[in-house]
Design a binder for this molecule. Structure first.
Ligand code: ZN
Length: 146
């Protein structure tokens, strides 16, 4: 179990050091901003939606290792997926970090399973996802975790 925890830690640190899909997406047709004032995490999520399909996704921002790694892993998990799949994954991810339920096949996103023991960190881990939902729904108001 501790080996698994080390592996999870390693994945999070790696994605924090080298975030994937980082930077603005010139062809984006949806975007939203989010911030987590408790930690100081700020993020913008960019989406290139083609019909019901996420053709491109990227993010930009500054925050703690958890928020950056979560956004990075989220973009990897969602590229090429349908909007419905994205909402499904959001729900599964949220259940995992708030209730510890791992019923869904979340793949690499399971590295955040330990976050539920740290309520402050749950907001760091879910910020990117809440911002994604706002981008999908094309909300004008910035998202805040408060
Ligand atoms: Zn944070």
């Amino acid at each position: 179990m501790s080996d698994l925890r080390d592996l999870y830690q390693e994945v999070i640190l790696d994605h924090n050091r080298r975030p994937r899909n980082f930077g603005p997406l010139p062809e984006a047709n949806h975007q939203a901003e989010g911030n987590n004032p408790l930690c100081g995490d700020r993020i913008t999520v960019y989406l290139d939606l083609e019909g019901d399909r996420i053709r491109g996704i990227s993010f930009q921002g500054a925050g703690c290792a958890i928020s950056t790694a979560s956004a990075s892993l989220m973009t990897e998990a969602l590229k090429g997926r349908s909007v419905e799949e994205a909402r499904h994954l959001f729900h599964g991810f949220h259940e995992m970090v708030t209730k510890g339920e791992e019923g869904e096949d979340l793949g690499k996103l399971a590295v955040f399973t330990g976050v539920r023991e740290y309520p402050m960190r749950v907001k760091c881990a879910t910020l990117a996802w809440h911002t994604l939902m706002a981008a999908l729904d094309q909300k004008d108001q910035p998202v805040t975790t408060e």
